[in-house]
Design a protein around this ligand. Structure first.
Ligand SMILES: NC(=O)c1ccc[n+]([C@@H]2O[C@H](COP(=O)([O-])OP(=O)(O)OC[C@H]3O[C@@H](n4cnc5c(N)ncnc54)[C@H](OP(=O)(O)O)[C@@H]3O)[C@@H](O)[C@H]2O)c1
Length: 282
């Protein structure tokens, strides 16, 4: 079975291609190969590759950048996804699409289930939600996998930022009123493969187990890397104003994933410790 990963140069896409390569014939493509906002070009490329499954990890992922470029956010995260879904319908390809916890408003007060009411607070969240809606409307055979707080080997991420700052500063301020589950892209890649192999359909929530605030996440990073001399100061989201509003509590309930695959994701702190054993370029 041939699997095509779109967004293969990205943080998740690059680890996903590595993981898929062990089991499937895998093709990885990114914007230099074709742009998902160009339907004709994407169609030609996908016909040429002829995959049985497409996994779309491509997105405009700069959450704050989306606020100042709403047009581009919707072009990539909604119209681009619509293009890929229509091509998959025409060619009878299964689509696995990656989405986000930022489609929720974070006000539920307990872990989010797949069927909970969305309420995005940002342009990024609204554009990703529209992408999901297109997938659900256009296709009958699809998987939408929502995830959160990703870090991986390639590109920028929170872990690398904390380590970079810790090398230069004696004190770091971190937001302590947003709660989520840090998720390692290698672990998520394994979960995506497990869902693919289970022949499941529909929406799934997948993250590493457990939860924390960004402040607690930073604390664990510093502890595991021996930066005990850095003073970590908790602050509120209000004091750390950013262009895009983030949900305060977006932890997932991943019960459906466990039931369907029989697998449980490891705790986020264990995954983080494993990640830190790799040589991280920061
Ligand atoms: N990062 C997180 O914490 C997080 C959390 C929840 C969900 N997600 C979702 O997980 C998925 C993967 O995220 P990620 O962090 O791995 O993203 P990423 O590192 O930004 O990778 C996305 C890749 O898609 C490419 N791309 C952008 N626009 C494209 C287009 N029009 N056509 C083709 N390729 C395009 C990007 O190329 P350029 O770099 O050249 O733009 C990049 O290589 C996304 O769907 C994201 O919404 C991420």
């Amino acid at each position: 079975m041939k699997v095509l990963v779109i967004g293969a140069q990205g943080m998740l896409g690059s680890d996903l291609v590595t993981a898929l390569n062990d089991k499937f014939e895998t093709a990885g493509k990114d914007i230099d190969d074709f742009d998902i906002t160009d339907k004709a070009g994407s169609r030609d490329a996908i016909i040429d590759i002829d995959p049985a499954v497409v996994i779309n990890t491509a997105a405009f992922t700069d959450v704050d950048g989306c606020e100042s470029d709403e047009k581009q956010a919707f072009l990539v995260n909604a119209q681009g996804v619509k293009n890929i879904a229509e091509i998959c319908r025409e060619m009878r390809i299964k689509l696995i699409h990656i989405s986000t916890d930022y489609i929720f408003d974070g006000k539920k007060g307990e872990p989010y289930l797949e069927g909970d009411q969305p309420g995005p607070l940002s342009v990024y969240g609204r554009s990703k939600l529209m992408g999901e809606e297109y997938v659900k409307t256009i296709l009958s055979d699809f998987l939408i996998i929502r995830t959160q707080w990703l870090y991986g080997k390639r590109g920028k991420n929170f872990v690398k930022t904390v380590l970079k700052l810790a090398k230069k500063q004696k004190e770091l301020t971190m937001v302590n009123d947003q709660v989520g589950s840090p998720t390692f892209t290698m672990d998520l890649s394994g979960a995506i493969i497990a869902l693919l192999e289970s022949f499941s359909e529909g929406i799934f929530h997948v993250s590493n187990e457990g939860y924390c605030t960004w402040y607690q996440f930073a604390g664990e990073i510093l502890k595991l890397t021996g930066f005990d001399n850095v003073n970590l100061v908790p602050i509120s989201s209000e004091k750390f104003a950013r262009p895009a509003v983030r949900p305060h509590f977006s932890k997932f309930n991943c019960k459906k994933f466990k039931e369907v695959t029989g697998k449980t994701m490891r705790p986020w702190s264990e995954a983080l410790a494993n990640y830190l054993k790799y040589e991280i370029d920061c």
